[in-house]
Ligand binder design. Sequence first.
Ligand SMILES: *[C@@H]1O[C@H](CO)[C@@H](O)[C@H](O)[C@H]1NC(C)=O
Ligand SMILES: *[C@@H]1O[C@H](CO)[C@@H](O)[C@H](O)[C@H]1NC(C)=O
Ligand SMILES: *[C@@H]1O[C@H](CO)[C@@H](O)[C@H](O)[C@H]1NC(C)=O
Ligand SMILES: *[C@@H]1O[C@H](CO)[C@@H](O)[C@H](O)[C@H]1NC(C)=O
Ligand SMILES: *[C@@H]1O[C@H](CO)[C@@H](O)[C@H](O)[C@H]1NC(C)=O
Ligand SMILES: *[C@@H]1O[C@H](CO)[C@@H](O)[C@H](O)[C@H]1NC(C)=O
Ligand SMILES: *[C@@H]1O[C@H](CO)[C@@H](O)[C@H](O)[C@H]1NC(C)=O
Length: 527
Amino acid sequence: MAPIGPVPPLVLRVLVLACLLISTAYAQCPIYTNYANARHEPFSTGRWNLSSMRPIPPCRTFYSEDMEREVERIKGVIVDPDLFRLFENAWPSTLDTTIGWKGLSNVTEKEDGQMEDPAELSFVITGDIEAMWLRDSANQLQAYVSLLKADGGKDNSSLASLFRGAINLQARYILGDPFCNAFQSPDESGIPHHSSQNSDKISPPYDYFRVFSCQWELDSVASFLQLSHDYYSATGDWEFFGKHNWTRAVTKVLNITQSMTIDSYAEDGTWQHTPYTYCAPYGGTPINDCNGSPHRGNIGLVRSFQRPSDDSCIYQYLIPSNMMYSVALNLSSSIMAQLEPSTSQPLTARMRNMSTSIRTGIETHAVINDPIHGPIYAYEIDGYGSVILMDDPNLPSLLSAPFIGYTPASNPVYQNTRARILSRSNPYYAWGPAISGVASMHTRPGKPWPMANIMTILTSDDDDEIVANLKWLVQSTDGLGLMHESVDAHDAGVWSRQWFSWANGLFGVMVLDLEKRRPHLLKMGFQ
Ligand SMILES: *[C@@H]1O[C@H](CO)[C@@H](O)[C@H](O)[C@H]1NC(C)=O
Ligand SMILES: *[C@@H]1O[C@H](CO)[C@@H](O)[C@H](O)[C@H]1NC(C)=O
Ligand SMILES: *[C@@H]1O[C@H](CO)[C@@H](O)[C@H](O)[C@H]1NC(C)=O
Ligand SMILES: *[C@@H]1O[C@H](CO)[C@@H](O)[C@H](O)[C@H]1NC(C)=O
Ligand SMILES: *[C@@H]1O[C@H](CO)[C@@H](O)[C@H](O)[C@H]1NC(C)=O
Ligand SMILES: *[C@@H]1O[C@H](CO)[C@@H](O)[C@H](O)[C@H]1NC(C)=O
Ligand SMILES: *[C@@H]1O[C@H](CO)[C@@H](O)[C@H](O)[C@H]1NC(C)=O
C-alpha cells in the first residue's frame, strides 16, 4: 500500500491496518467497476490530482514480480507526476483486475482412447463485462510481452503460463463456436453462467449460456493467431502448440475464413448466403435477410460482419481486420512450420497462401484515390467499387497498420491515409478543448477514443504531435487516472467505461515504447 503521508496519526494507522486485515481475508475486495468510478487517495501531486487506482495487493488477480519491478523502474524514468500516475494505474490493469480464473482443464478421452493431458486455462475478462473477448484478451495480454520469457512449461504462476492458458481456452472457444467473439467462463472454473440474453438474429445459432456474444469479427480469429505468435516469439516454445488443440483450431479458422470469401451470387446467378449471417435486433445494416449488401467474392478478402467496436460493418470487407489477419497468418505460420514434418507442410502453405492473397486483395481493391490526400486505404469496401472512407478508433484500425505489422509507417499510402484520418476529412474526427482525435459510431461522433490518441503516438516520429496527444491523454481522465473508452471532446467529465483494461494496457505499451524511441519526451512536464 502506498504511503498516505509522512507519519500518519495513530488513528489513521489503525484504520489502515484494519482495512488491510479485512481485505486480506477477501471480505472487502471492492467490485472494481465501482472502485474505478470513484477517486482514491493518495492523489498524484501534479495539477491533475489523479486518483490511485490499483487495488490493494490482496485484491489483485495475478501477481508478477517482473511487472512490479518494471513499474518501480519507470517511476525513475517519467518526470511528470500525473503521467507517471497514469502509467502506474493503467499498465497493470489486466493483471490486477481481469484474470477471472486460472486453472487446469478436466481431462478427457482423446479419439485414440488415450487420456488428454490437463491443459492450462486462463479466463481473462474484458473489464466491466464478465466475459472473455478473443480480441480484448489477446491484446490485454500483449501489454506484457516485453516481460514474457520461457519458463520450461512447468511454472503455473508465470506469465508464460497465463499466456498458454489463454491460448488453450481461445482454441476451445473457436472449436466450439468459431464465428463468435466473446465467451463465458470455462465449466472447470465453477463461475456461474448467466444467459447473455441477446435478441439478435444470428445463424448458426448458439448457446447463450456458453457464449456471451456471437458477432463475426475477423479480427477475433486474427487475435488468436497474434496471441499465439506473441507467446512463441517471446519464449521460442513451439512444442506447446503440439500438445492440445491448437492445430485443429487453426484449421477451423482457415476453414471458416475461407467460407467467408464467397461471392454473393453463384456461377448460375442464384443468390447465395455466407455461412454466417446476422441481423441486429434494432434493424439497420446488414440488410438482405441478414446478409448485408452483395459483395463480389474471391478477391482475396475475407468478410467481417462487425467491426472491432462490435458495430455492424457497412461493407463487409473491413480492411484493417484483413490487414491484421494477413499479418497474423503469416507470423503464426512459422509455428505451424515447426509442427508439420518438413517434407509436407500443407497447413503452413495454406496459411501463407491466404496471407498473400489477402495482401494482394487489399493492395488491388482497397487503395482509393482521394482528391486531397492522394492514394489512401479505404476502411471498408464491397468489391464492386463502393467504399467507406473513414477510420474507427478501436483496433485494428487503419491508423494502426504499422503497429499491427502490415506496413512500415513510411509507406506513402499509409502516410496519406493517416493524414486524412487525423484531419477533419475523416467523418469521425472530433475536436475540442478536452481532447481531439478519432471518435466512433459506437459512442457517437464528437467523442474521441483515447485508444486512438495512443495509436497516434505509437505511429508517430513527430515530437510535437506526440506531446499534443500525451497532453490530451493526461488532462482528460476526469481525475480518475485511467483510460476511458471515449471522452467528450468538450467535457472530460463526460466519458464511457471506467474499466476498460485493454486501453489501459495499451497506454502502458505506448509509454514503454516512448522510453525506447523518444526517451526525452518522458522527461517533460505536462502540467
Ligand atoms: C485533489 O482532490 C481531492 C479530492 O477530490 C481534494 O480534496 C483536493 O483538494 C485536491 N487537491 C488539489 C491540489 O486540487
Ligand atoms: C499452481 O498449482 C498448485 C498445485 O496444483 C495450486 O495449488 C496453485 O493454486 C496453482 N497456482 C496458480 C497460480 O495457478
Ligand atoms: C481438445 O479437443 C477435444 C476434442 O474436442 C476436447 O475433448 C478437449 O476438451 C479439448 N481440450 C481442451 C483443453 O479444451
Ligand atoms: C470433470 O470431470 C469429473 C469426473 O469425470 C466430473 O465429475 C466433473 O463434473 C467434470 N467437471 C467439469 C467442469 O466438466
Ligand atoms: C476443415 O475443412 C476440411 C475440408 O472441408 C475438413 O475436412 C476438416 O474437417 C475441417 N476442419 C475443421 C477443424 O473444421
Ligand atoms: C493459393 O492457392 C491457390 C490454389 O492452390 C492458387 O491458385 C493460388 O495461386 C495461391 N495463391 C498464392 C498467393 O500463392
Ligand atoms: C510473410 O513474412 C515473410 C518473412 O517476414 C515476408 O518476407 C513476407 O513478405 C510476408 N508475407 C506477407 C503476405 O505479408
